[in-house]
Write a protein that binds this ligand. Structure first.
Ligand code: JFE
Length: 236
């Protein structure tokens, strides 16, 4: 899979390009390219923003650098139509399901806005080059698309075979089966007067699996009841 990121703060992504994506990059499974949008600014000061038509607070990202950057990136990827993602607080909310869907795409482009956002015509133009998705990381306002892009690239990247070492760990964890994770423990068996649940020391793998499933259901009911199927006859 190829992932291009367009941002005026490309160094934000230095940590990401190392960590878990480093291995996948080397093996050629994932081709992650972070580019500075200012490369496509055309004036001496490499300006990417301007005042909003109609007035109002703050600045808006100019369309021209976005158009030139998208043209070059799409052209360089050959005939494949990309999925172009713009992080936005006004987009569909990103979930594990979104991550799974995007992990099957050949080419993703993330456009990281800043200031008060991007000139609306950029989204219309991008829709001529590929499939446009406005995606929100959650219902809170960030200062730009970078942090949302990092979270999404990490969630998508680790679903690509070869990025996570153990393929079993993908189905076991939170959200892949729609429930929260069971609690985990390691040595020592007693720490500051707190014992590891005896069940886990029993060696009875069937009983352990049942206990873990019960823990998952209990935690999900307590912390995230919205994840459980609705039961119309429930008396709570
Ligand atoms: C941009 C900004 C003024 C946003 C009301 C580009 N989930 C999520 N939260 N915030 C973002 C995504 C996000 C994404 C891109 C962004 C925020 N901003 C800041 C400024 C009004 C805004 O929306 C600019």
């Amino acid at each position: 899979m190829r992932i291009d990121v367009l941002s005026i703060f490309p160094s934000y992504f230095d940590g990401l390009t190392l960590s878990l994506l480093g291995k996948a990059q080397q093996s050629g499974i994932l081709d992650l390219r972070v580019r500075d949008l200012r490369e496509w600014a055309f004036d001496r000061h490499r300006t990417v923003d301007d005042t909003p038509y109609g007035g109002g607070a703050g600045m808006v990202m100019k369309p021209e650098p976005w158009g030139a950057a998208l043209d070059e990136i799409v052209e360089s990827a050959g005939p494949v139509r990309p999925t172009i993602i713009f992080p936005s607080p006004a987009g569909e909310v990103f979930t594990q399901k979104t991550a799974r869907e995007l992990a099957n795409r050949e080419h993703l482009i993330f456009g990281c806005g800043r200031y008060e956002g991007i000139d609306e015509r950029v989204f219309e133009y991008a829709a001529e080059l590929g499939e446009v998705r406005l995606i929100s990381l959650g219902d809170y306002v960030l200062n730009g698309g970078e942090v949302a892009t990092m979270a999404m690239v990490e969630a998508i990247g680790r679903l690509i075979p070869g990025v996570v070492g153990n393929p079993e760990s993908l189905v076991e964890e939170s959200h892949e089966d729609g429930l929260l994770e069971y609690p985990s423990y390691t040595k020592p068996a007693s720490w500051r007067e707190r014992a590891v649940p005896e069940m886990l020391l029993s060696g009875n793998h069937g009983a352990i699996a049942t206990w873990r499933r019960e823990q998952q259901l209990e935690r999900t009911r307590e912390r995230r009841p919205d994840l459980l199927p609705k039961d119309d006859s429930r008396q709570d």
